[in-house]
Design a protein around this ligand. Structure first.
Ligand code: MSP
Length: 469
């Protein structure tokens, strides 16, 4: 089967921070799992390069905006590679192909677009207008960005979301478009009722950095209109038939931007007569020392520094197992070190080292094994419960360590009980290889090494899989 997976495209108004890892880690685990069970995967990633926020930042730094976005897009690409993410398509929203296709999408939606004067409150951090009610409730300051809302008075194009509300409500309620975690579904249904039509352009007098609105020199597209379209422009829409890949099997986004993906995006798709994505997976936030990361608090963690220090798999291990898939979770170096030393090095690293050493010494070999994924693991992976699936595999890692201690193969060797030793070792090695199979989506580099260690002449690794200190 063909499966198309997408990740949110980050704004390039700075270098990646540790929170940006979530979309990629989750989507890459799902992609590798799908490949493991025999599916064909197409996996999009990209960078969101238009809008006020980026334009203002480039200005502040006195760098031409084109140069600024290219520099930062490359930082994200480097980061994604270091995470071991196997994407198939990368889109930059300043790509010519993307811009042209976006304009065609706009033209296809014209029946649902109108022009009107608008006066309201805007948050540049969120890149969206807020309602008067929201403005009042938050005392005029955006709680996410700690900046006062700006009063804007503009003549803009509007997208009539109202045309699609019934269909969206029905699709969400019936799980035609599944929202995960389940409890967010109610929040979105409530929000849908209150969602006004969305302003989808900005006058060039206010902002020049965007995709030009076709047929109107005076306006550029609203950044979210341009950004959301990336999921299909990267497949070639509307110039190519995308039905092999669309609808997406899963779209991975943070909970802070679920509203755009669960309301505006479906409205755009329905306006284009395209099917809705099968699943929207909205993950929680990564906190740093219990707090939201912010430059002013000084608790922003550079993910590339962590990757360089600990390696790809240790990073993925922590972010997939110890950062809950759906709840907000905390990153601290103490927790990271603890997981690295006690779990990766002691549980997994030692298991492989002990077993491979014993097998090598006693010349145990294993034929092409028939590997199995546990049913519980499959169920959790199919349900996008990756941290729980990881836990279930780790229990097996710990069981195997216990089994070695109980079955004491070294005693069997010492007593010359050759056939018992062989049976015991083969059982343990098969156990490790089964675990290894299930770990493949999570730890691509380590599992490759483990497969090599236990194939043919079994050789213990010269350097521990997870060297300490
Ligand atoms: N450009 C938009 C997305 C457009 S998608 C068509 C955007 N960019 S972002 O850079 O602010 O965020 C990119 C992704 O990173 C989002 O999924 C967002 O939720 C995620 N995260 C940003 N900070 C995060 C944490 N601290 N923790 C977890 N995820 C976070 O929104």
């Amino acid at each position: 089967m063909k499966k198309y997976l997408t990740t949110a495209i980050p704004y390039v108004n700075g270098a990646p921070h540790i929170g940006h890892a979530m979309d990629y880690c989750l989507a890459d685990v799902y992609a590798r799992y799908q490949r493991l069970i025999g599916n064909d995967v197409r996996f999009q990633a990209g960078t969101d390069e238009h809008g006020n926020k980026i334009f203002q930042k480039a200005r502040e730094l006195n760098i031409p905006v084109e140069e600024y976005v290219t520099k930062n897009s490359l930082k994200f690409q480097d980061f994604i590679h270091k995470l071991g993410v196997e994407y198939t398509d990368f889109v930059r929203t300043t790509d010519e192909d993307h811009e042209r296709r976006c304009q065609k999408i706009w033209t296809e939606l014209l029946d649902h677009i109108y022009r009107e004067k608008y006066e309201g409150w805007y948050c540049t951090g969120c890149e969206r207008f807020v309602t008067n009610k929201e403005h009042e409730e938050n005392n005029g300051v955006c709680p996410d960005h700690q900046k006062p809302y700006e009063r804007l008075e503009e003549e803009n194009y509007y997208f009539r979301v109202a045309d699609f509300k019934d269909q969206i409500r029905e699709a969400i309620s019936s799980n035609e478009m599944v929202i995960l975690p389940e409890f967010r579904k109610k929040e979105i249904l409530k929000l849908l009722e209150d969602t006004p039509d969305v302003s989808i352009s900005r006058p060039k007098s206010q902002l020049t950095w965007g995709v030009p609105v076709p047929g109107d020199e005076s306006q550029v597209m609203y950044v979210w209109m341009d950004a959301l379209s990336n999921y299909i422009t990267v497949l070639g829409y509307p110039e190519e038939d995308i039905s092999d890949w669309w609808p997406a099997a899963a779209q991975f986004v943070g909970k802070d931007i679920l509203r755009f993906h669960a309301i505006l995006w479906p409205a755009i798709l329905l306006g284009l007569n395209l099917p809705l994505p099968k699943v929207l997976v909205s993950h929680g936030m990564v906190l740093s020392n219990g707090q939201k990361m912010s430059k002013s608090i000084g608790n922003v963690i550079d993910p590339v520094e962590v990757l360089n220090r600990y390696g790809t798999d240790a990073f993925r291990y922590f972010f997939i197992r110890h950062i809950d898939t759906f709840a907000d979770s905390d990153f601290t170096y103490e927790k990271f070190d603890d997981a690295y030393n006690n779990e990766l090095a002691n549980d997994l690293g030692n298991l492989v080292q002990r077993l491979a050493t014993l097998a090598h010494k006693n010349q145990i070999k294993i034929e092409e094994p028939d590997l199995q994924l546990m049913d519980g693991y499959r169920r959790l992976m199919d349900d996008f419960e990756f941290s729980k699936a990881f836990d279930s595999v780790w229990e097996e890692v710990q069981n195997l360590n216990r089994r070695i201690d109980e079955e004491k193969p070294w005693s069997l060797a010492k007593n010359g009980e050759v056939s018992k030793l062989e049976e015991c070792m083969k059982g343990l090695i098969l156990g490790v290889l089964n675990v290894n199979e299930m770990l493949k989506p999570f730890l691509p580099e380590t599992t490759k090494k483990i497969s090599e260690i236990f194939s043919g002449e079994i050789m213990p690794p010269e350097v521990p899989l997870f060297p300490k200190g």
